[in-house]
Each structure stands twice: as structure tokens, then as C-alpha cells.
Design a protein. Structure first.
Length: 302
């Protein structure tokens, strides 16, 4: 009985998301799909393929490359794009730095995560995208909990959480002025548990980073950061080999790992069920200030 309920629940979420994805294709002239290589964007691609099969997805995949990605993420991205025959646009944070569009942070706590906003907005303008599908979910973080399915952005790419449009009876208002665009979040109502149960149900291939493995990490104020050329240790810090996996994947300089022995999807589901910390609880970039995520989103961040 429990399994049947879960299957029905997941199919209902899937149907809702597919409906929103098809609405984007119908209402916008040049939509794109933001792809980070994380589980939520992988789910988004899977749903888009389902929504338009046997045709190819009508969305360009957009990846904002910080230059500090895990190697496994880039390998997975390229293999996925090739397998579904999609078009990929890569916005480079390094290029934004070289052009003087942004100034790179320095010091042991530096991260390129914040710099992605300018690169993303420049990429949107350069390619004329009028809507970007993303894998944001309301259960991830309090700022994302404020989002609607269709999230309006002004001509500067800014988001106003106090001025959002009603979405009664799943009717979405896509009206916009020249220069404005929308961010659309079809899996808003999914939880982390829903995502992993759906991945298991659909047998979706996932990057190895999500499964338990040995890796050298440093414990920085409770956040386990993987060893990389982009990380500077401070006095008293040292690398230690740990049995870890990642619950969320982003820039190596701010994406924290979690101690884990989960080697299979079933193991991950059991681990998520017992977790008492949200998946973004291991993200160093969210800990900079109490409103770090909302501040970034107001300025145009995903």
C-alpha cells in the first residue's frame, strides 16, 4: 500500500512538472534550461525529454561554468548533452573576470559562486533567452520557498519577492516587457526525498559524486570541503581522507560533503529519510549571511 501511494504521488508530481514545462514551450519564444550537473537539473532534463518525446527537447541547455567545477560534473554534462542531442551554451565566469565584468574574490574563503550572477545575466542577454527553466525547489531554502512557478525578472534580472503574480488554477501569466525574462521552476513542489525516489523509480543514471566514496576533505567550520586547487587552507586546517558523498553539487570552493556510506540509491533514500539537516546545510555560500540566498536571487542569481 505504501509503495503504491508513493508511486501515485511521484506520478502526480511528474504530471504537474511536465504541464509547467509544456506551458513554457507554448508561451515563450526562446526558452532555455539551466543545467548545473546537479540532481535537480538532471531531473529537469529527464522530465523535458519525457514531455516532448519522441521529438527533441525545444530548449537550449545553459551551464554557467565557474571554472571550479568537479571534473565528474563536466564529464556527466557532456555525455548527457550528446545522448539527448541537445544544444549546449556555456557561460564562463573566467571570461567575465578576464573582461573585467566581475572582480574575483581573493583569500582563503574566496568563491566564484557569487560571480555567476553577472555571467548568467550576460549569457541571457547575449542569446536573447526570455525564460529559463530551473530545478529550484521550495524545500531547499527559505528564499526559494517564496518562489512561484513563473518567477518574473525585471530588465536588470532582479527578483522582487514582494511583487509576484498570482497563479490560481495553474494559470501562468507570462506577460513581460522588452528586456525582461522569467525563471520557471517546474519541480517547486518536490522534496529531496521525492527527487531520489523518482530517480530510483525511473532508473536515472547519476554522477558518481552522489554516492559514497573516499576523498580528501578539510573541515571548515563544520563544512567538509573537498581538496582542490581552488581551496586555500588556513592555520590549523588540514586535509583528511573521509568516506563522503555530496547531497548537492556546485562550485568546489563552497560545496560541502557529508559523511556517508550510501553506495546505492536505496541507501541514499534511507539516509535522506533520517537526515536532520537540509541538503543546502552543507553549502558554505549560504552561510555567509542570514539572507545570503535571497540577496543573490534579488540580484539575478538562479
Amino acid at each position: 500500500m505504501t509503495l503504491s501511494y508513493n508511486l501515485n504521488h511521484l506520478r502526480e508530481l511528474e504530471a504537474e512538472s511536465v504541464f509547467v514545462i509544456r506551458e513554457v514551450a507554448a508561451q515563450f519564444e526562446k526558452p532555455a534550461l539551466l543545467f548545473s550537473g546537479g540532481k535537480d537539473s538532471i531531473i529537469m532534463v529527464h522530465l523535458a525529454v519525457k514531455a516532448f518525446r519522441p521529438a527533441k527537447i525545444p530548449f537550449t541547455l545553459v551551464h554557467i561554468d565557474t571554472g571550479h567545477n568537479f571534473d565528474e560534473t563536466i564529464v556527466y554534462r557532456d555525455e548527457l548533452v550528446k545522448s539527448i542531442g541537445a544544444r549546449l551554451v556555456v557561460g564562463s565566469v573566467q571570461e567575465s573576470i578576464d573582461k573585467g565584468r566581475v572582480i574575483e574574490e581573493t583569500g582563503p574563503f574566496a568563491s566564484r559562486n557569487y560571480l555567476q550572477t553577472v555571467t548568467l545575466l550576460d549569457t541571457i542577454e547575449a542569446h536573447g533567452f526570455d525564460a529559463l527553466l530551473g530545478g529550484g525547489r521550495r524545500d531547499e531554502e527559505k528564499a526559494r520557498a517564496k518562489e512561484r512557478f513563473f518567477s518574473h525578472r525585471d530588465e536588470f534580472g532582479q527578483w522582487d519577492p514582494k511583487n509576484q503574480r498570482p497563479e490560481l488554477w495553474n494559470i501562468f501569466n507570462s506577460r513581460k516587457k522588452i528586456g525582461e525574462h522569467f525563471r520557471v521552476f517546474p519541480i517547486s513542489n518536490w522534496t529531496e526525498m521525492d527527487v531520489w525516489q523518482y530517480i530510483l523509480m525511473e532508473n536515472i543514471q547519476m554522477p558518481s559524486l552522489y554516492f559514497s566514496h573516499w576523498r580528501e576533505c578539510v573541515n571548515r567550520k563544520g563544512v567538509l570541503l573537498a581538496k582542490s586547487d581552488f581551496l586555500q587552507l588556513v592555520d590549523g586546517e588540514y586535509y583528511e581522507k573521509m568516506h563522503i558523498r555530496f547531497r548537492t553539487i556546485g562550485d568546489m570552493s563552497c560545496t560541502g560533503a557529508t559523511l556517508s556510506s550510501a553506495h546505492t540509491l536505496e541507501d541514499i533514500i534511507q539516509e535522506v529519510a533520517a537526515a536532520r539537516v537540509t541538503e543546502r546545510g552543507s553549502r558554505a555560500d549560504d552561510k555567509r549571511t542570514e539572507t545570503a540566498m535571497e540577496d543573490r536571487k534579488r540580484e539575478g542569481y538562479f
